[in-house]
Structure formats: structure tokens, C-alpha cells
Ligand binder design. Structure first.
Ligand code: AVJ
Length: 320
């Protein structure tokens, strides 16, 4: 039977995913990429994390963007193109676009086509006169920007809110910043939200909220592996753990095995000792100067640095 080339591509993609997952579970410290956390249920759970009182990032950043609306406008200038890798629901983008006098276009880049469509609809509804050019792509991908036709524009500004870059280790962040500088081009700009180091209790509570939403978010990864990769994880035999690694300046999320057990994933078996963990996510926290230095080492020049009154979160505005 002739096979649809899309199906073949999907099968190859699923197979590559399975191989990656098996390799992660085969490591001495079992680890899975945080990207697996964001299936449809995971994305919905993340939206709910953003509403938890302990998870201070969204509310803090939103208030900061509103407070610095004039400075954002001055930084972007008239007729800038706002590019947002990993646009998601683009909730903060609406604040940025609302602050701008006359943006030329908005280019959301998003791995999930459904999220990208929702993002486009949302921004189109709020900004009916704005040109929107959605692109399907990974957060870490260097995408070719679409032809802008006869649209007049002056500056490209990349927008990376939410401390999304916190998922990557600093060396990878440097590489990403270098790539984003190429994407922004000459006279380009970057607005990046970066979470700050703070006392362990605040951080650990932010990643282990009292309502248990972050725990559900983390455990959903196992549910996903069961559903999509025929794994047989017992969800009651694992527990969510968030721990601040002070030496590395990062929150680590783990799934802790509550007993000795054997799990099967796509025909391979993996043994867990009681207390052994799967490392599922890192969230790096920076000192303001350390992040500025990292950006500098990737070729960016510093323009503005904002920190909220409680020193929880920072926004760096950088020139290419
Ligand atoms: C989406 C990567 C910014 O690290 O704060 C939140 C993900 N995980 N709670 C973060 C997350 C658990 C979040 N980022």
C-alpha cells in the first residue's frame, strides 16, 4: 500500500523521539528534555502554573512591561518588526505591542501549529491593522524570516519573555544569543526576560506550588510517555521534586521513584532504585551582571536593564 509521505515523516519523527527518550532513561542520571513536558495537557497545566501565587514570574514580568511601556516604545522605535521565538499564547506580547507607537509587523515562531494559530487569532483580534506572519519552528531554530514585501520597517526586535532561556545552560544560551543576533540583523534589538537568583524557599515554592499544579505538570510527562510511546509508568510510584541547586544557580525538577521498580518504554526496560530520579527540567537563575556579561560575550550591547522592586525578575534590552 502506498504510504502518505506525511505519515512516513511522522513515523520517523516518533521513532527519533523514542530513541532520544530511551537514551535519556539509559543515562546514569536519568534525564528527559523539558520539551516533552509541553503536550496539549502539559501546555494547559503550564498556563495554570502561571496563575499560582507562588509562581511569581508572569505577574512580575507583566507589571514590569506595563511600567516600562514608554521605554519599550523608545527602544523599539517606529515601524519595528517584533519577532517572538516560542510565542506560545503571546500573552505578554500584547502588552509589548500595545506599548509601541507603530509596529510594522509581528512574527510569532512556535513549534505547535495549533498554538500558533491561536496566537495569530488573538493578536489579530487585538491589533487588527498589524501585519502578522506566523512561522512554525522550534525555539532554538534559526528560521529564515519571511519576505516582508513592500512593508516599510526600520528595526527587528526579538522578544523572549518569561525566562524561557532559563531552560538552557549558560553555554547554550550564549550560542542562542549569537544566533538571535544574526536573526535580528544590523540595528536589531533584543528584549529578554531573565529570572533572578533569590532565596531557596521562594524558588522551591515557585516550582512546587501548594495546589500541586507543578507536580501534575511534571508527572504528566510520564502519562504522555505511557500514551504516546507505550510505556508502563505507574504514576502513583513517582513523585514530583523541585530543588534549588545553589552551586549551579538553577532549579531542578525531578521525578522521584518511590520504590524499586522496572519500567518498559518501547520494548526496552529501565530499572529504578528506590529514590532514583529522572531529571526533567532546569530553570537557571542569574545575577543581573552575570546575564549582561553573557549577552556581551555573544556580541550584544546593553541598552536598558530593569529589575522589579522586590528584585525578583529582570528585563534586559540589548542592541545588536
Ligand atoms: C517556561 C521554562 C520559563 O522555568 O519557570 C515553570 C517552566 N516549569 N514551572 C520556568 C516551568 C515549572 C518555566 N519556563
Amino acid at each position: 500500500m502506498a504510504r502518505n509521505p506525511n505519515t512516513v515523516a511522522q513515523d520517523a519523527g516518533a521513532n527519533a523521539a523514542l530513541i532520544e527518550i530511551q537514551a535519556g532513561l539509559g543515562k546514569p542520571q536519568k534525564a528527559l528534555s523539558p520539551k516533552w513536558l509541553y503536550d496539549e495537557i502539559g501546555s494547559q497545566l503550564f498556563e495554570r502554573i502561571c496563575e499560582q501565587p507562588e509562581y511569581y514570574i508572569p505577574a512580575t514580568e507583566r507589571a514590569m512591561l506595563e511600567e516600562h511601556a514608554n521605554a519599550l516604545d523608545a527602544f523599539c522605535g517606529t515601524r519595528c518588526i517584533v519577532i517572538e521565538p516560542g510565542a506560545g499564547s503571546a500573552e505578554k506580547t500584547a502588552i509589548l505591542l500595545g506599548a509601541l507607537d507603530q509596529p510594522a509587523a509581528y512574527v510569532p515562531i512556535e513549534i505547535s501549529p495549533t498554538a500558533l494559530q491561536a496566537c495569530k487569532r488573538r493578536i489579530a483580534h487585538e491589533f487588527p491593522n498589524l501585519a502578522i506572519m506566523p512561522l512554525v519552528g522550534d525555539f532554538t531554530a534559526e528560521v529564515a524570516l519571511p519576505r516582508i514585501g513592500n512593508l516599510q520597517w526600520r528595526r527587528r526586535v526579538l522578544f523572549l519573555p518569561g525566562s524561557t532561556i532559563g531552560n538552557f545552560d549558560p553555554d547554550t544560551v550564549r550560542e542562542l544569543l549569537t544566533m538571535w543576533k544574526r536573526m535580528a540583523g544590523v540595528h536589531g534589538g533584543l528584549i529578554v526576560g531573565v529570572d533572578l537568583r533569590k532565596p531557596r524557599e521562594i524558588l522551591e515554592a515557585a516550582y512546587d506550588d501548594a495546589a500541586g499544579v507543578t507536580a501534575q505538570f511534571n508527572l504528566n510527562l510520564l502519562r504522555r510517555l505511557n500514551r504516546e510511546f507505550g510505556a508502563d509508568f505507574d504514576l502513583d510510584a513517582f513523585r514530583h521534586r523541585a530543588v534549588y541547586n545553589d552551586a549551579l544557580g538553577r532549579i531542578e525538577m525531578h521525578l522521584v521513584s518511590l520504590r524499586q521498580q522496572r519500567v518498559h518504554v518501547g520494548g526496552e526496560s529501565f530499572d529504578f532504585a528506590n529514590g532514583e530520579t529522572i531529571h526533567t527540567e532546569n530553570s537557571y537563575k542569574y545575577r543581573p551582571g552575570d546575564f549582561a556579561e553573557l549577552a556581551l560575550s555573544a556580541g550584544w550591547g546593553r541598552r536598558d536593564l530593569w529589575i522589579d522592586a522586590q528584585s525578583r525578575f529582570s528585563i534586559h534590552c540589548l542592541d545588536a
